[in-house]
Design a protein around this ligand. Structure first.
Ligand code: MG
Length: 121
């Protein structure tokens, strides 16, 4: 079980992902923006994985990951995207994203992708 950060500006997705990961036994911290995500990471150094929405107000998910990697962070990152944003994945991966999930996604697929990323610890 791990401490996971969930970053999404859509409160429904934030709640859905949080509940699913908690039901899988993880500890979850939620953030509604990239800026709040950075605050949460600074406050909780035990966070091992982040589920990050691509489209966030202000700093985008890609901006967030790029900034973390520039600081040497090895945080595992699963990015959430809409189907229309698939071409943005190229920049996401070059920024340091480990895996992605296209919305709408099944909670089961979310759980298995998170587990796969954590399994590489
Ligand atoms: Mg969004």
């Amino acid at each position: 079980m791990a401490h996971i950060l969930v970053v999404d500006d859509d409160p429904d997705i934030l709640e859905l992902v949080t509940l699913k990961l908690r039901s899988a036994g993880h500890s979850v911290t939620a953030a509604a923006s990239g800026e709040l995500a950075r605050d949460a990471l600074a406050a909780h150094p035990d966070i091992e994985l982040a589920v990050v929405d691509l489209m966030l107000p202000g700093m985008t998910g890609t901006d967030l990951v790029r900034a973390l990697r520039a600081e040497g962070s090895t945080l595992r990152v699963l990015m959430l995207t809409a189907r229309s944003q698939e071409r943005d994945l190229v920049s996401g991966f070059s920024a340091g994203v480990d895996d992605y999930l296209t919305k709408p996604f099944s909670p089961r697929e979310l759980a298995v992708r998170v587990q796969a990323l954590l399994g590489r610890r």
